[in-house]
Design a protein around this ligand. Structure first.
Ligand code: GLA
Length: 383
C-alpha cells in the first residue's frame, strides 16, 4: 500500500506525478535511553516502518501539504513560517524555518505524506516527518546539505518549532540507518560506527502498550533540566568535568549531599546507562546475547525507578517477559510514558511469546496488544 497510495493521492490532488518519493523510516533503540542529550552513547537503528513523501517543487512560494493518514491538508507560505493550528503541520513548517535560518533559499512545494509508523508509540514518527522533508527539499532544491546537516536541521525543527527539547538520536537514526545494522552513536562528538547484527535465531519485537506518550513532552523537558542541574552541581566540586562522560559513580557519591533526592536518582541513571551501553556493545561484538539482554533489563529498571519515565503498562509488559526463557531482553523504548517495549525474542518461540503476552495484557488492562516484528533498514532515501 505504501508508497503507492501516497503517490496516487499526489497525482489525484496535483494532477501530476511527484518529482521524487522519499522514504523516511522510524527507529528502534536497543539500549542507551535518555543518554543522547547527556553526551552518552545510543544504539538505534532505522526500521521497516516509514513515512513516505511524494513531493514536487512549485513555481511560487506556497506549500500545499496533505497529511494522507490524517485526511487533512493545509497551505502555507514558505516566506512566512508561523506555527499552524494543525499540529502535524508544525513539523513541516519547522523544517522550512530551520532551512531558512541556515541561509538556504528555496521556493514552494506540493507534498503528500503518510505511512505506517504508529503515532505516539515511541518509534519516532515525528523525526521521520522532519528527516523526510529535509531530505526531500535538499534534493529538489539542490540545497547542498550534508547528511549530518539534514539531521541537525530536523532536530532543530523539533526543538524550536515543535517545542520538544529532544536529543539527536531519532533524527540521526532515521537519516543514517543501514540495512541489518545498528548504529553506535557517540552523542558527545557525533562519531558513529555501524554494528552489523546478525541474529539468525532471534527477532526484534516491539509491543505497543497503546498508551500515547503525549504527556511525556513536558516531563521530557523536565528531565533535561534535572540532568543539567545535576551536572552543574557535579562540576562545581569537580571542575575537570566537561560532560557526563567524565562523571564516575565515586564523584556522584561525593556530590549526592548537594543534590535533591530526585536529581540524584536522575544522575545515577545517566551514569549507569552510559556505562551499560559500553558493556552491551562489547557483549554484542562477542555475540554474548545473554549479557546484552541483562543490560536491557537493567536499563528498564533504571528508567522505571530512577529516571521515572515508565508507566504501569510498560512495566507490566517487561515484567511478563522475565521468566520467559525465549526472551533475551526487554525494556521500554524511547522517551517513555507510553509507547512500546523492545524485546529480543527467539524466533521459534515468537507465536507463544505473543499469545502469552496478549492474553496477560488483556486480562490486566483490558486492552489488545499490538506488536510489530521489525527489520533493520536503510535510513532516509529516495524510492
Ligand atoms: C525521545 C527523544 C530522543 C531521546 C529519547 C530517549 O525519543 O526524541 O532524543 O532522548 O527520547 O532516549
Amino acid at each position: 500500500m505504501y508508497p503507492e497510495s501516497i503517490i496516487k493521492k499526489f497525482v489525484d490532488t496535483f494532477s501530476a506525478e511527484p518529482a521524487i518519493t522519499v522514504r523516511a523510516p522510524g527507529r528502534i533503540n536497543l539500549i542507551g535511553e535518555h543518554t543522547d542529550y547527556n553526551d552518552g552513547y545510543v544504539l538505534p537503528a532505522s526500521i521497516d516502518k516509514a513515512i513516505y513523501f511524494a513531493i514536487s517543487p512549485r513555481t511560487d512560494n506556497e506549500c500545499h501539504a496533505v497529511a494522507f493518514d490524517l485526511d487533512s491538508s493545509t497551505v502555507f507560505s514558505v516566506n512566512n513560517p508561523v506555527a499552524s493550528e494543525h499540529s502535524w503541520c508544525n513539523y513541516l513548517i519547522g523544517v522550512v524555518d530551520e532551512l531558512q535560518k541556515a541561509g538556504k533559499k528555496f521556493g514552494g512545494f506540493n507534498v503528500v505524506f503518510g505511512g505506517d509508523i504508529p503515532l505516539g508509540a515511541g518509534v519516532s514518527s515525528s523525526a521521520a516527518v522532519e528527516t523526510g522533508l529535509s531530505f526531500a527539499l535538499n534534493h529538489i532544491y539542490n540545497l547542498g546539505l550534508s547528511t549530518l546537516q539534514m539531521v541537525q536541521v530536523s532536530k532543530a525543527a523539533e526543538n524550536n518549532f515543535v517545542g520538544v527539547n529532544c536529543g539527536i538520536m531519532d533524527q540521526f537514526a532515521s537519516m543514517f540507518g543501514k540495512k541489518d545494522s545498528v548504529i553506535r552513536l557517540d552523542c558527545r562528538d557525533l562519531s558513529f560506527e555501524y554494528f552489523p547484527i546478525a541474529l539468525p535465531d532471534h527477532v526484534v519485537v516491539l509491543c505497543n502498550t497503546g498508551v500515547k506518550h503525549s504527556l511525556g513532552d513536558s516531563e521530557y523537558n523536565t528531565r533535561r533540566l534535572e540532568c543539567e542541574e545535576a551536572l552543574r552541581t557535579l562540576a562545581s566540586i569537580f571542575p575537570e568535568i566537561g560532560s557526563w562522560r567524565d562523571v564516575t559513580f565515586e564523584m556522584l557519591a561525593e556530590a549526592e549531599p548537594l543534590m535533591t533526592e530526585v536529581v540524584y536518582r536522575r544522575a545515577k541513571y545517566v551514569v549507569g546507562e552510559i556505562e551499560r551501553v559500553v558493556v552491551a556493545c562489547e557483549a554484542l561484538l562477542q555475540n554474548d546475547l545473554g549479557t546484552f539482554g541483562r543490560k536491557m533489563y537493567e536499563t528498564h529498571r533504571g528508567l522505571q525507578h530512577d529516571y521515572e519515565v515508565s508507566c504501569p503498562e510498560l512495566d507490566f509488559l517487561v515484567e511478563q517477559t522475565r521468566e520467559n526463557m525465549a526472551v533475551i531482553g526487554s525494556r521500554m523504548m524511547g522517551g517513555g510514558f507510553g509507547g512500546c517495549t523492545v524485546n529480543i525474542v527467539e524466533k521459534s518461540q515468537l507465536d507463544s511469546f505473543i499469545a502469552g503476552l496478549t492474553e496477560a495484557y488483556r486480562k490486566e488492562f483490558n486492552r489488545e496488544l499490538v506488536y510489530y516484528v521489525v527489520a533493520l533498514t536503510n535510513g532516509t532515501e529516495i524510492v
